[in-house]
Design a protein. Structure first.
Length: 292
């Protein structure tokens, strides 16, 4: 008999898909660097929240980047007109929700959070929450989507120093579990990956690079460096089972489950229609990433 995925592992797969999707949405307009996407999300969130400036030192500390790395990527975003300096630090530049290149992609970031809620409902994993009455404002939901994305990246910080590596591992998990997360019935009956069920599929590094719009050589090199977490099989790359299921992996899963609950509660406070999530889409269900 095929056992069910543990709830924390189900949630981890869905959150990996969210993180990979958000990065894929934003790298084409922010530059093919994961760090710039994460920095922009942080600055966007704080700009939306009362135009709070963030010092470059604060950017590095929040995202666990060396100061010089953060400074270099902030400078690149500023040179591209995506952020600017004000008293107290950096904020996003211009009006991103009116930017013809950026606005549709930010709407898709929001819609990936909506799709996450739909997947949680389908997998019977949505916590019991009651949305506040009133009209939902999608910009508030965009802020929560940014917060949750950054929380997913932070969860692996103790095991992976580089934000790029954390995103690549999430993308690999999303690719390995893509067939399962796309099918709620399979999701409920698929066994954990160490049981080698057909639902867990290795993927090629090239497809991960393509999905995230990153240089293939960079992705290939980083996966080699991540050998403790990544297994190379004849069919492609897969996360090692013990990376997901050992004590550290269980701790990450628990942290992600807690972060998800907190951010869903935040959505509920912003009047997100939890029982009718599809009504919250700005542009409709986002396309799944192509992992072959």
């Amino acid at each position: 008999m095929i056992g069910a995925l543990p709830p924390t592992l189900m949630i981890r797969c869905l959150l990996a898909e969210l993180l990979a999707g958000v990065v894929a949405d934003l790298t084409p307009v922010l530059g093919a660097r994961v760090e710039r996407v994460l920095i922009y999300l942080l600055l966007l969130r704080r700009t939306l929240d009362g135009a709070r400036p963030t010092p470059v030192l604060g950017v590095g500390e929040t995202l666990a980047m060396p100061f010089e790395t953060a400074r270099r990527h902030v400078a690149a975003l500023a040179a591209a007109g995506r952020c600017r300096r004000v008293a107290g630090g950096m904020i996003v530049a211009g009006r991103p929700l009116d930017d013809p290149a950026l606005a549709p992609r930010l709407a898709r970031v929001h819609d990936r959070a909506v799709a996450l809620v739909e997947r949680l409902v389908a997998a019977a994993l949505l916590p019991e929450l009651s949305a506040m009455p009133g009209e939902y404002a999608w910009i508030e939901g965009l802020g929560v989507a940014a917060d949750l994305t950054l929380a997913i990246v932070a969860a692996e910080q103790s095991r992976c120093a580089k934000p790029l590596d954390r995103v690549l591992l999430a993308a690999l998990l999303a690719g390995n579990a893509a067939a399962i997360t796309a099918d709620p019935a399979l999701f409920r009956r698929a066994a954990p990956p160490h049981q080698l069920t057909p639902g867990w599929r290795p993927v090629r590094g090239r497809l991960v690079a393509d999905a995230l719009h990153l240089p293939e050589a960079t992705v290939r090199r980083r996966f080699v460096q991540l050998g403790a977490a990544v297994e190379l099989t004849a069919a492609g790359l897969a996360l090692r089972p013990d990376w997901l299921t050992d004590a550290a992996g269980e701790a990450v899963g628990a942290a992600l489950t807690g972060a998800l609950r907190r951010h869903l509660a935040q959505l509920a406070r912003h009047r997100f229609p939890l029982e009718a999530a599809a009504t919250a889409y700005r542009r409709g269900t986002p396309p799944s990433l192509n992992f072959g």
